[in-house]
Design a protein around this ligand. Structure first.
Ligand code: KIV
Ligand code: NA
Length: 267
């Protein structure tokens, strides 16, 4: 296999920062593949592609459809597909069954699931049976309804010790890497040096072993809200709107289609 494997991602711990972005479709996967170590088919697609308010409504079938699409566009990067809400929390057996569906039906390299201590046993069950798993701790969007909204975590002593325990539990669970979302720099730095697997930060400072962001956020394609940790590298949304406005004007003024876009009868 020419793609980066979870094992090789794991071996990047403490080395060159691991570059990761989300991808949901074939054309975007093709564009990102060259530049990224890891592509994440995130359940953020519920909000970014489907206009949902949270990731709770995302289904296993949606994740599999987008996982397949991304796999068609990738030759180099390691591809991780998110397990959606409800597909792994009930039991480790259900988690295994659904993770197998994702791996078999998409051909991706690994799955990701949210949770700390409470999910460590499930991750161990999966990894011992041949399924590469990436963890996800700190801010966990699938728990937004019990956590009381999207806000950074690790400010209080209570939250800090919970995230510390989560990091150690996932670090020892067999996971090949862990996403740390929305937490303060000292804590991200501390847990990154305390665990032996790479930490992939999102809103978790430069102290992590790698970085991940939602591609549509950094490109200016998703504007419903922009968290503090997002850097905008382009404003593609504005550029699309400008292009479409010119098209609409040209259709209405019959400037488009011109002669070069028009079929002539052969004679
Ligand atoms: O769903 C997602 O995009 C994620 C990230 C880590 C960005 O889980
Ligand atoms: Na996600």
């Amino acid at each position: 296999q020419k793609r980066l494997t979870p094992t090789r991602i794991s071996a990047m711990k403490g080395g060159k920062p691991i570059v990761c972005l989300t991808a949901y479709t074939t054309p975007m996967a093709r564009l990102l593949d060259e530049h990224c170590d890891l592509l994440l088919v995130g359940d953020s697609l519920g909000m970014v592609l489907y206009g949902m308010e949270t990731t709770i409504g995302v289904t296993l079938d949606m994740m599999i459809a987008h996982g397949k699409a991304v796999m068609r566009g990738v030759t180099k990067a390691c591809v991780v597909v998110d397990m959606p809400f409800g597909s792994y929390q009930e039991s480790k057996e259900a988690a295994f069954r659904n993770a197998v569906r994702i791996l078999q039906e998409t051909g991706c390299d690994a799955v990701k699931l949210e949770g700390g201590e409470e999910m460590a046993e499930t991750i161990a069950f999966l990894t011992k049976r041949g399924i590469p798993v990436m963890g996800h701790i700190g801010l966990m969007p699938q728990q937004v309804q019990t956590a009381g909204g999207y806000r950074s975590v690790g400010h209080s002593e209570h939250e800090t010790s919970k995230i510390r325990r989560d990091a150690h539990a996932i670090g020892g669970s067999g996971a090949f890497a862990v996403v740390i979302e929305g937490t303060v720099e000292p804590l991200a730095r501390e847990v990154t040096s305390a665990i032996h697997i790479p930490s992939i930060g999102i809103g978790a400072s430069s102290a992590c072993d790698g970085q991940v962001l939602v591609s549509d956020d950094i490109l200016g394609l998703f504007n419903d809200f922009t968290p503090r940790f997002v850097k905008r590298y382009d404003e593609l949304g504005k550029r699309i709107a400008a292009a479409v406005s010119v098209y609409a004007d040209e259709v209405r003024s019959r400037k488009f289609p011109a002669a070069e876009h028009t079929f002539k009868r052969r004679s």
